[in-house]
Design a protein around this ligand. Sequence first.
Ligand code: GLN
Ligand code: ZN
Length: 806
Amino acid sequence: MARTHTLGFPRMGAHRELKFALEQHWRGDIDAQALESVGAELRARHWFVQKAAGLDFVTVGDFAFYDHVANHIQMLGCEPARFGFTGEEPELHRYFAMARGTQAGQHSSHGAGCDCAHETAGGRFALEMTKWFDTNYHYLVPEFHADTEFHLASLRLFDEVAQALEAGHKVKAVLLGPLSFLWLGKEKQAGFDRFSLLDKLLPVYEQILHRLRMQGVEWVQIDEPILGLDLPDEWRHAFERTYWRLARGGVKLMLATYFSPLSDNLRLACQLPVAGLHVDAVRAAEDLTGVTDWLPSHKVLSLGIVDGRNIWRTDLDAALARIRSVAEKHRGELWLAPSCSLLHVPFGLQAETGLDAELKSWLAFAVEKLSELRVLRAMLNGDEASVQAEWNSSRAAVASRRASPRVHREAVAARLAQAAPHADRRASVFAMRQEQQRARLALPPLPTTTIGSFPQTTEIRAARAAFKRGTLDEARYREAMQAEIALAVRKQEALGLDVLVHGEAERNDMVEYFGEQLDGFAFTANGWVQSYGSRCVKPPLIYGDVARPRPMTVDWTVYAQRLTKKPMKGMLTGPITILQWSFVRDDQPRSTTARQLAWAIRDEVCDLEQAGIAIIQIDEPAIREGLPLRRVGWKPYLAWATQAFRVTASGVRDETQIHTHMCYSEFNDILPEIAAMDADVITIETSRSDMDLLRGFGEFKYPNEIGPGVYDIHSPRVPTVGEMVALLEKAARVIEPGQLWVNPDCGLKTRNWPETEQALAHMVQAAKAVRVNLGSGHHEAGIGKPSGDGREAAFVLPVENASVGR
Ligand code: GLN
Ligand code: ZN
């Protein structure tokens, strides 16, 4: 008899109750106790959902007020010393101080209702945040020193277990495994390796397991997702000793792996002294044969058969066939589960009243995924009759999706099939394009520009919201946005920037804006997924072949260009970023969806060129986060991802300058592929790494032009001219000055106008200063003629373009 369980459940609540409670607490509107009761209420409800779906256990320990890794930091007693906690502060106060940082002399991280009298002397930075494997969930990074000690410091987990037991549930507790916990942290001290802390950490885990057993917990799920990574030998070899040690805790361990194939760690995972192994049968299906070969029959095999990373209804027939083939080989007990925690999908479909019935029938969010497990288990256990109706409707939905003309559009397939083999190449090599672009654009050396967005003021947001609600008509909305664009253009001209942008006032979000105008996309009303802390995102769904019915940005861009003689940079989101930040189809490879997106955006690029726009930026901030977790997957991914970018960018003439922008990226290890994107100009985020990143570009001899961000837009602080001059000079030492651009790190939409204008004024001054310095020395020939000599190129649009677009 198969059993069912889930690796974890979304925390936010059906209506993001946790988000709102957290924000109230941080504002000081509710005290810690009120927040705790919201947490308890949400857990109770979510366990009830699990019970109602007939799961054999409810999962306890997946809840967190901010992040589960942060919970472990507290439980394991390794809050970084730099926070200066005395130990007298309430636990939740310390928790939010780590998660959100504290400002000097101020209770920034707990509500006014908090009775803690503790006052931090100086401000403390929050713990660093980084992406949880290849998901969009961000965890707080544990900080380690050689003298880091561990002890069981928070009893929260046991309290939650007690809460669930009291409610009459059968409990499976979940922990992040010790090796993954260490792996995900960072050394904050030179000459020391966090691996060396393992032996100090294990006794605390043993103690936790022992304590859970004393509470009556039979099963503990222990997550070691790092088994899906390319691990150094030392770490791999430590698994055996670690799990022998944890076996002493006396509970049954379900070792959970997910997101990525076990591959070379497969035998190891099968042979560890644990009672069960969970494998991701969606993303690591190739492991199944090996696992059934190697996993002894006295161990439970938990099959992650329902996709925990995507929103599609499971093809139950296919799933059942797969489960049966596994069951034939694995003689031991079988459990059914989602592939990973359901943290990565929205709560439930009930709130989706706006989706049409057909599309909705193709979907399954967390609640529905649990039902799928129940149906699968019934089928497997020979109890078809009880689930016949559900099975039939699931089958009908899967069949309708498979055959739907909304999904498969002949024109899109035909276009991809007919694409010329060189469609992903510009007509000429970079050097030739550069010459023509310089002649056309006549920019000064070290041209100044920005990354696209300007402050999204409350007025802008209000106008957009009113337009969406229908209380502001299209004409008035257009006027309001045009006024914002005109304002942005005036300000940029006054600042003396060389390449202007329209400011993206009309865009709520760089992916949603395009998704809303492309065929093949749908948007949910309530499909929120936690990104970090109280922040949630609502990714678009790409359900069908992607096409662009009409231009998306041309009108706005042309409007902006008409207001200035300086070049106006068109602004688009690239195919990989759209792919990466959406829920995508599972019925075709990601690479195919990427190509469809590429052709759709390419049309927009060509239309912008046609309308007289000389510079077009295609943002790809997400290209690096699409990298597979295992290195063997990098090459193939980068090949199709960079090709998709080139397809997007290559429909234009030599004299049209293509920019791309990337941020958050450590990309020194993929520089050849970034160079292979062949953008004429790349702007990158560098100021936070003090230009370290740039060194990589310099050593690699990045061939095209490059704009290393000279100031951090994430901070309200306005950098001085001197600081930016220093950064530019540093940049000019590693990059040929003739290749350099001057720009901020990223878009400015989260900043306000006064700080933006000040910072950009300093940036323009810094560029001018460095130009003068360079002019007196090793300045190479070939840099476009400086402006200000009366020979500015005029970007006045031809009259026939007046009717471009709608
Ligand atoms: N063009 C976008 C902006 O300026 C780029 C944002 C990003 O890189 N995340 O807002
Ligand atoms: Zn950016």
